[in-house]
Design a binder for this molecule. Structure first.
Ligand code: SF4
Ligand code: SF4
Length: 321
């Protein structure tokens, strides 16, 4: 029997999702045995033209990681959508916009100015910025357009399923791949993990007082957190109440609070807003000055509350830039 054809592609990402596939260890041999790869730029030398020549829907499943930042990434996402029966948003950046999505607090010009002019290690007296076409004595050099706004994968093409996480844990990847190969998939549009919030499975939940109230917000870098106690009850921001579980509490077990890479639960539309409203309801301070002091102690609210989810949030990007 012919093996199902599979594609992997990376858009704006750090490479961690590719690493997560390699982290399948010997399980990757089971995957390689069950499928035939047709595109995997990080590992195999297929050309885009090979994919363009394939009949529509001939690829069984495309796993796409990374947010959509450039014209090339948008083209490949659309091409793989056309050629694939299933498209999986693999990892937090494809799912929610991820860390690259925090660039939506600036526009393209500001990013270019910072990266190609203002950084201390840059010497660019003529202010030369990347161009989509540059004439040289050897011919035209082309670069893909760099978009003003970072998009999630499903803001670019229709997505069938989401494998969450930064990066998705190996057991979740294997469960997802097995469900796809065996045709035992949940309804289209599902996030391939549990529906519960992280707090519901977190061991530290037991240490939460019945009525959770805090008088100050502490940064994790400023304290030595008690490994038995709920971070939030100790005044340390932990996005567990607004985040979907299923990650295996990787950060919590390493004594680090959750930063929300699994995205919101089904009921939550905007995880940053949801978390902010939960936080506001547990701050046990009435004095206006004290409240201002707490607000000021959160140095980077967008980076904290929308670390993985800015492009998928209601805010989506900074307006008027
Ligand atoms: S807030 Fe964080 S530490 Fe507390 S129970 Fe939820 S996930 Fe666990
Ligand atoms: S604890 Fe939060 S940030 Fe850490 S892996 Fe789980 S969902 Fe992601």
């Amino acid at each position: 029997m012919a093996k199902p054809l599979v594609a992997f592609y990376w858009c704006a990402s750090c490479g961690g999702c590719e690493e997560a596939v390699v982290d399948l260890a010997e399980d990757i041999l089971k995957v390689a045995d069950a499928v035939e790869f047709r595109l995997w730029p990080v590992a195999l030398d297929f050309k885009y033209a090979d994919v363009e020549a394939m009949p529509d829907k001939s690829i069984a499943v495309s796993f796409i990681n990374g947010a959509v930042r450039t014209e090339e990434q948008e083209h490949l996402a659309k091409l793989l959508r056309q050629k694939s029966q299933l498209v999986i948003a693999f990892g937090a950046c494809a799912h929610l916009g991820g860390i690259p999505g925090l660039a939506n607090v600036a526009n393209k010009n500001e990013i270019f100015e910072t990266a190609y002019k203002l950084t201390r290690s840059t010497a660019n007296p003529k202010g030369v910025y990347p161009q989509t076409v540059t004439e040289t004595e050897y011919g035209k050099l082309k670069l893909p357009e760099f978009f003003d706004t970072v998009k999630t994968l499903d803001q670019t093409v229709e997505v069938d399923y989401y494998l969450p996480g930064c990066a998705p844990p190996p057991d979740l990847i294997m469960q997802g791949v097995t469900a796809i190969l065996e045709g035992k998939l949940p309804p289209k549009g599902s996030v391939l993990t549990v529906e519960k919030a992280l707090c519901e499975t977190c061991e530290r939940n037991k240490s939460k007082p019945d009525k959770l109230m805090i008088k100050e917000v502490k940064r994790i870098s400023e304290v030595i957190a008690d490994p038995e106690k709920c971070f939030l009850a100790e005044g340390i921001i932990c996005l567990g109440p607004a985040t979907r579980g299923g990650c295996g509490e990787r950060c919590i077990n390493a004594n680090m609070p959750c930063r929300g890479c699994f995205g919101p639960t089904k009921e939550v539309k905007d995880m940053g807003a949801k978390f902010l409203s939960s936080l506001a309801s547990i701050i046990d301070v009435d004095d206006e000055k004290e409240i201002e002091k707490i607000a000021e102690s959160v140095l980077d609210p967008i980076g904290l509350f929308y670390m993985y989810s800015l492009p998928s949030s209601i805010l989506r990007r900074k307006q008027g830039v």
